[in-house]
Design a protein around this ligand. Structure first.
Ligand SMILES: NC(=O)c1ccc[n+]([C@@H]2O[C@H](COP(=O)([O-])OP(=O)(O)OC[C@H]3O[C@@H](n4cnc5c(N)ncnc54)[C@H](O)[C@@H]3O)[C@@H](O)[C@H]2O)c1
Length: 451
């Protein structure tokens, strides 16, 4: 059976498929029973990637391992679909996105259940991830109409040496095919935050959801997110987006990872993840990149800080800080990590500079604010940071001195609300995920204060 010929009246070139995943069908019958659902399609490779439930450590789902030839077919369909999508009126694109956002929210429960089983996300957080993603799709539709509906008009005599003999009109145009790669910890939200701006701006989208094993200190854990992402993509299809416009490719990074990111059919890569993004940006070539990468967020607590405010915010008290025995942070069962607070960390320790991407909080005791700022700026990361003080003037001065994308004042590093621009500096990223960045008019936003 040819993968590309499957589907109902609204066919889509989709390659992420779970093979007879009984548990998946129990959770999301109203999604998977749709004839064009990507989970019903089969790759010609005859191979699949197992999605292990990190809690039970048993296989929960299987998704298709796509071939390079199938990636080529997806790229061609995506290129063709984008051409006519770019000519679709802006109001119509917005209308379809509103519909997709609503469908996504209607299906929050089955998608959230996948997030629980694929990445062990707490149930409430999983629901929140889907709902805020649906809201973000609608927000992009609304903002997109305003942002993309405007252009600039320039006159020549505003530049020295010119008379008014020339006029210039500018408008925003799409880039083409956008490759979206989200990380395992927000496979729906950080996919949608790439998909919706790309679509409203007239681009087509190829999504590569996470299918991977994650390494934490010295243990390996399975985290995916591909099945939740496939359900999410199907919600866009149910909203009636044209064939080939949103495609999903699942498979082994070793077989299709570089092939995708170096594919000549890709016109932009929007990536969120860790150091993988640095190697992708070195290989990608002359295309625009959005990279949201790792961080090591410095939090400077001043001597006048309200510790009753700072402590619960930074420790997220309630998530069990006392369990740090035997092997640091690892539970007896081996698949849970207890929070770990390390006091008196010194600058010559690896933990002072590396991102464990786990619940580890190193505390460095400093003698001056300058020492804190210096430590923050010596890091190769520049994602976020925070300052705790009752003196707002001091807080703003320190924020200005911190070479990072976002400074939170009297609050812990966090993302969102989703319409706030979010950007890392240095090894933490390139560009900011926004509608304006998925056309050719790149805005550069950085050093935002979140008060
Ligand atoms: N800046 C942000 O907003 C933000 C948000 C969430 C997570 N993160 C970062 O993400 C990291 C954790 O997520 P992760 O473990 O999924 O990151 P990762 O870099 O290992 O993987 C990210 C994505 O890239 C894919 N991938 C891996 N190798 C690839 C290749 N060769 N070609 C194409 N795709 C490939 C993965 O399957 C996944 O979908 C942490 O460093 C964390 O700080 C950053």
């Amino acid at each position: 059976m040819n993968l590309l010929q499957l589907g109902g009246h609204n066919q889509h070139v989709l390659h992420g498929i779970s093979l007879k995943s009984v548990s998946s069908r129990e959770q999301a019958p109203e999604l998977e029973d749709h004839p064009s659902h990507p989970l019903l399609k089969v790759s010609s490779s005859g191979k699949s990637v197992q999605v292990i439930n990190p809690t039970t450590r048993k296989t929960q789902y299987k998704v298709q391992a796509c071939t390079q030839e199938e990636v080529n077919q997806v790229m061609e369909s995506s290129r063709m679909a984008q051409k006519s999508w770019a000519k679709t009126p802006l109001w119509k694109r917005a209308e379809m996105l509103h519909k997709a956002g609503a469908i996504l929210k209607d299906h929050k429960k089955p998608i959230a259940e996948c997030l629980v089983k694929e990445i062990a996300k707490p149930a409430t957080d999983a629901l929140t991830e889907v709902v805020r993603s649906g809201d973000f799709v609608s927000y992009c539709a609304e903002e997109g109409v305003r942002i993309l509906g405007k252009g600039d008009f320039l006159v020549s005599d505003s530049f020295p040496g010119n008379d008014r003999t020339k006029y210039c009109l500018t408008s925003k145009v799409p880039l083409g095919v956008v490759l979206a790669i989200p990380p395992f910890n927000y496979p729906v939200n950080l996919a949608v935050s790439k998909i919706a701006p790309a679509l409203i701006a007239g681009n087509s989208l190829v999504l590569k959801p996470p299918t991977q094993v994650y390494k934490y200190i010295y243990i390996y854990m399975d985290f995916n997110g591909a099945v939740a992402a496939l359900h999410m993509v199907h919600c866009f299809h149910m909203a009636g987006f044209p064939k080939g416009l949103i495609s999903c490719v699942t498979g082994k990074g070793s077989e299709i990872g570089d092939f995708l990111t170096m594919h000549p059919g890709i016109n932009c890569i929007s990536f969120t993840g860790g150091d993988t993004g640095i190697s992708i940006s070195k290989k990608a070539g002359m295309i625009p990149l959005q990279m949201e990468l790792g961080g090591k967020d410095a939090c400077i607590v001043l001597d006048d800080a309200d510790l009753d405010l700072a402590r619960p915010v930074l420790l997220k008290e309630g998530s069990r800080t006392e369990r740090s025995n035997t092997l640091p942070g690892i539970s007896e069962g081996g698949n849970l990590i207890w929070p770990l607070l390390l006091d008196n960390v010194r600058s010559d320790m690896r933990i002072a500079w590396e991102e464990p991407f786990g619940p580890v909080l190193p505390v460095i005791r400093i003698n001056s604010v300058e020492e804190g700022i210096r430590h923050c700026n010596q890091s190769n990361f520049g994602l976020q940071g925070c300052v705790f003080t009752k003196d707002i003037n001091r807080a703003i001065q320190i924020s200005d001195a911190m070479e990072i994308g976002t400074v939170q004042i009297n609050s812990a590093p966090a993302r969102g609300p989703d319409h706030f621009p979010f950007q890392g500096l240095k090894d933490s990223g390139i560009g900011s995920q926004e509608i304006a960045n998925l056309d050719r008019n790149i805005d550069d936003m950085h050093n935002k204060l979140a008060l």
